[in-house]
Write a protein that binds this ligand. Structure first.
Ligand code: FAD
Length: 301
């Protein structure tokens, strides 16, 4: 069972819990990106099981009136088993998303996975799996309903500004129909492929963001809690008129999320599932304040 101290960062263990969380966040004007916790599978059965779980979650979101979507990890869908497993499972998730008008984000993991993730994303976003089986008029009406730039039934990919290659990857995606969530990068890649100084990563993030607001007509997703980057995004939006959304993690700067939701599109990434201990540990270790919060909660203050 999820202890109360972990419930700041994790919505719960079941799909029902993340949907309940989404309802509460929606009341504050914040959409929810549901992520079933699970990664680095080296055998096919858990990757297939999580794929089925995502298909069910997507059907549940589609049948509800929630402002919610999903985000999947490539290694959760089997990338470390082999590329075919990942491609098959992602095709099923994306196809379910299109059937139920639910947007599917693909997280980015460590730098060794970028080529396979980006290639598959680009292929599926240009030629959606299962699309040929879908009724054309149904697709047309979905496109018409996709008035919000966080278009249902679409697909998005996360890119990391700490990787030296990302500026080129962004250029490659300029004419792609999907969306990109820009983050600084949560992994620790070697200097040969990445900026390792914090100031260099921040500079790369600023440049990547400026490029996206200039070149991406379909919108920009700013995956950051950094007030400086959020202010830059607001300036770039004012300058170029490009639609954008802010994405932050559950439990991080939530009051800011609610405040910002009055002025722009805000989405909260909310993890759920029984593999919460590793995720919770990561959140506690990344910032002193989070560790202090946990200590205070345990001490009952
Ligand atoms: P940082 O550079 O860590 O901090 C800058 C400033 O932001 C701080 O000085 C502070 O003012 C504020 N801030 C940051 N964190 C906190 C906090 N916990 N509490 C209060 N203030 C804070 N990474 C990946 O590699 N792959 C992914 O697929 C991925 N998906 C993500 C999805 C979302 C929605 C988000 C928000 C992040 C994702 N990340 C992902 C993580 C990302 O790469 C960063 O590691 C993480 O967001 C920290 O960078 P930052 O820009 O938020 O701020």
């Amino acid at each position: 069972m999820l202890p109360p101290v972990a419930s700041r960062f994790v919505a719960g263990e079941s799909a029902a819990s993340v949907l309940n969380h989404a309802r509460r966040a929606n009341e504050h004007g914040v959409g929810v990106i549901c992520n079933r916790l699970g990664e680095h599978y080296r055998e096919r059965p858990p990757a297939d099981a999580d794929t089925v779980a995502y298909e069910r979650l997507i059907a549940d979101i589609g049948a509800s009136d929630l402002r919610a979507c999903v985000s999947v990890k490539p290694s959760q869908l089997g990338l470390l088993v082999d590329e075919d497993t990942f491609r098959e499972n992602l095709a099923r998730v994306v196809s379910a998303g299109a059937d139920h008008d639910v947007f599917v984000w693909v997280d980015m993991e460590d730098h060794t996975t970028v080529d396979a993730t980006l290639d598959t994303f680009e292929e599926y976003v240009r030629d959606p799996p299962g699309a040929q089986h879908r009724d054309a008029s149904e697709r047309r009406s979905r496109e018409q309903r996709g008035a919000s730039h966080h278009e249902p039934g679409g697909m998005g990919l996360c890119l990391q500004s700490n990787l030296r290659r990302t500026a080129l990857d962004l250029e490659r995606l300029v004419d792609c129909p999907g969306k990109v969530r820009l983050v600084k990068g949560a992994y620790d890649p070697p200097e040969s492929v990445a900026y390792t100084e914090r100031s260099q990563v921040d500079e790369a993030y600023r440049e990547d963001l400026a490029f996206m607001f200039r070149e991406f007509d379909g919108g920009v997703a700013v995956g950051s809690h950094d007030p400086e980057m959020l202010a830059l995004a607001a300036d770039l939006h004012a300058k170029h008129g490009t639609p954008y959304e802010i994405q932050m993690l559950m439990g991080v700067r939530e009051n800011a999320q609610y405040d910002l939701a009055g002025a722009c599109d805000v989405w909260q990434y909310a993890p759920y599932g029984t593999s919460w201990p590793a995720y919770f540990r990561r959140r506690l270790l990344e910032r002193k304040e989070n560790g202090l919060f946990a200590l205070r909660a345990i001490a009952g203050r």
